[in-house]
Design a protein around this ligand. Sequence first.
Ligand SMILES: Cc1cc2nc3c(=O)[nH]c(=O)nc-3n(C[C@H](O)[C@H](O)[C@H](O)COP(=O)(O)OP(=O)(O)OC[C@H]3O[C@@H](n4cnc5c(N)ncnc54)[C@H](O)[C@@H]3O)c2cc1C
Ligand SMILES: *[C@@H]1O[C@H](CO)[C@@H](O)[C@H](O)[C@H]1NC(C)=O
Ligand SMILES: *[C@@H]1O[C@H](CO)[C@@H](O)[C@H](O)[C@H]1NC(C)=O
Ligand SMILES: *[C@@H]1O[C@H](CO)[C@@H](O)[C@H](O)[C@H]1NC(C)=O
Ligand SMILES: *[C@@H]1O[C@H](CO)[C@@H](O)[C@H](O)[C@H]1NC(C)=O
Ligand SMILES: *[C@@H]1O[C@H](CO)[C@@H](O)[C@H](O)[C@H]1NC(C)=O
Length: 601
Amino acid sequence: MRRQFLTVGLFIAVGTLVEAVVETYDYIVVGSGPGGAPLAVNLARAGYSVALLEAGIDLGDNKNYSEIFNFNAAANDEKSRWDFFVKHSDDEAREAKYEKSTWRTADGSFYVGLDPPEGSTRLGIYYPRAATLGGCAMHNGGICTLPNDADWDYIAEITGDDGWLASNMRKYFEKMEANEYLPLDTPGHGYDGYVNTTISDPSLMNQNSDLQKLASRLISRVGGNAGRDINAPDPDRDQATGVFGMATHADRNGKRAGTNTLLKRTLADPAKFNLTVQLETLVTRIIINWEAGEPSATGVEVLRGSHQYEADPLYDTAKQGKFGRIFARKEVIVAGGSFNSPQILKLSGIGPAKELEKFHIPVVKDLAGVGENLGDNYEAGLQSLASKPLNGSAGPVAVFLKTPTARKTRNIQAWCGSFSFEGFWPGFPTDYGPTEYECAVVHINPRSQAGHVRLRSNDPREMPEINFNFFAKGGDEDLTEILDAVKTFRKALNSAGAPITPFDERHPCPGVNQNCTDKAQKEFIKLQTYSHHATSTCAIGPADDPKAVLDSKFRVHGVGNLRVVDASAFPKVPGAFPVCPTFMLAEKASADILAAAEIAE
Ligand SMILES: Cc1cc2nc3c(=O)[nH]c(=O)nc-3n(C[C@H](O)[C@H](O)[C@H](O)COP(=O)(O)OP(=O)(O)OC[C@H]3O[C@@H](n4cnc5c(N)ncnc54)[C@H](O)[C@@H]3O)c2cc1C
Ligand SMILES: *[C@@H]1O[C@H](CO)[C@@H](O)[C@H](O)[C@H]1NC(C)=O
Ligand SMILES: *[C@@H]1O[C@H](CO)[C@@H](O)[C@H](O)[C@H]1NC(C)=O
Ligand SMILES: *[C@@H]1O[C@H](CO)[C@@H](O)[C@H](O)[C@H]1NC(C)=O
Ligand SMILES: *[C@@H]1O[C@H](CO)[C@@H](O)[C@H](O)[C@H]1NC(C)=O
Ligand SMILES: *[C@@H]1O[C@H](CO)[C@@H](O)[C@H](O)[C@H]1NC(C)=O
């Protein structure tokens, strides 16, 4: 770490000479996830000095993180965990029925379920996040799927910025990808980027095994094949349904690729780019300067130390880190993710004035959309136990569906295989043994994005209040679409016949008869839906849209030298899996910021 030391003078009151550290970089990037990491690297590679500030530590060499198949262990690992607890609605009775509700017991441990021991406090619905070098791309499942083209074109349409058109965004995908599953020079793909992509070996489908049989039942019902390219630049891809290979951001040896590997490679580059990564650095506030008559970001305030944030399992309110300030000659770019970016803006006086005033935060810019518009993919699963242990080594397959009530584009992405995924709670998931089979369903384009991230205090160490307000609008339609997907999968699986069937379904219609009413199944899905793709709390949109926080080039409306570049910037939840879209968004932001810097010089 390079530092400049300046002696600032005498404090008359105490009469001692104090030494203050003044650190100044061209750019400050807050957060090293899929938004922040590629951006910081691109700016440094373009010749600028960049400070990348990350609250967590580096776990890139730890096998929980470097081996993609350990993703569940990673998400449960205390070393990176930020434990958020959220609500799905304001309806207490509905919340109380969430089967995986998490409680803090009197002895300080977690209890998960509906019947907590006496003296427990309900924490809410567990929502994991990774605070570590690389962000949630270090503990996620790694599924890399581009959204429907319509999702990109929508951003171009609301902003008039053609850079957002799917045809242009594809260039960023080609730049960042290092494809390992297609022949070299397949159109629409890249081979020299940092996001290695692979699919599970489709030749495993040639075995005579139970898993192969179930996959082929799916294929005969919905079409496609296990080797089909899920990210092909098919002009009609928004309508393409059926089975595809499931691409993940890992290489053929199962090594996780992305944020952390990119940062490590850049720091080790003999070209010695001027990138300074500061770990265990919690950004608490953006420093605002009013000299130009308009507010403008000039730096950040930080707390340096371990476990500074309340979501950290080892948080200790008494152990406050060391206060510091870091300055930016050009810009501050916030990339703390969909929960933390709006929190950082609000703590800095950028957000809904009423909310800020409630916590005595001086208003810098009254911006109603900060922390609002929170959306997520609704998720549910057809979770079943077969009549026999399922043999075979075929990996999960991805499936796209367009159910009868879909709007213009395909509306469901799922993955089917021998696993169980029923949402999140401390210690997830449940292992039901070798008979388990699931089609995990991700709904695309929720009709409602009525959630919010709001402050609970002006203490930057405290977690905000997060309420997804699921199904607030068009809920019944969305539930119908999810149920239709479940029914399609159920039919396909049941057609496998003995000895695999009958399936003993766990949910949404428990038992071997599976004769629940639609109403009962929708009610189950509504109450037990889960999610982990939060976006849109600092949404891009025109300045006259009360929900909009950023312009099309990620600049915060009404505040100079300040941008937000992470999943919070998407005005709508992108597709079914946000991580690769966020990598692409970071590439666009890099291009926008570098273009602006060139003009300024
Ligand atoms: C368990 C899990 C599994 C997932 N699986 C998939 C998947 O298979 N496919 C997919 O597409 N998506 C998946 N996702 C979602 C995906 O990983 C996220 O959408 C993506 O990582 C978002 O990137 P981001 O840059 O917006 O934020 P994040 O990845 O959250 O990164 C934000 C970073 O900022 C740091 N930070 C936050 N606040 C501060 C602060 N005040 N000061 C300093 N640093 C700060 C955090 O520590 C973190 O490192 C998954 C998410 C989870 C939680
Ligand atoms: C890197 O950036 C820092 C901060 O701006 C500066 O002090 C330092 O001189 C730079 N180093 C090089 C090698 O350019
Ligand atoms: C991996 O994570 C688990 C928790 O899921 C933890 O118990 C274990 O110690 C971690 N392993 C390493 C090598 O850090
Ligand atoms: C798996 O089990 C099926 C019966 O369900 C059997 O026909 C098949 O030979 C087995 N395959 C392997 C690879 O063990
Ligand atoms: C990804 O691919 C590059 C070459 O393109 C290779 O050097 C690297 O080891 C691969 N794996 C990871 C995890 O980056
Ligand atoms: C539904 O299943 C239950 C047992 O799980 C059975 O008692 C009932 O008769 C079934 N109803 C129909 C309509 O098949």
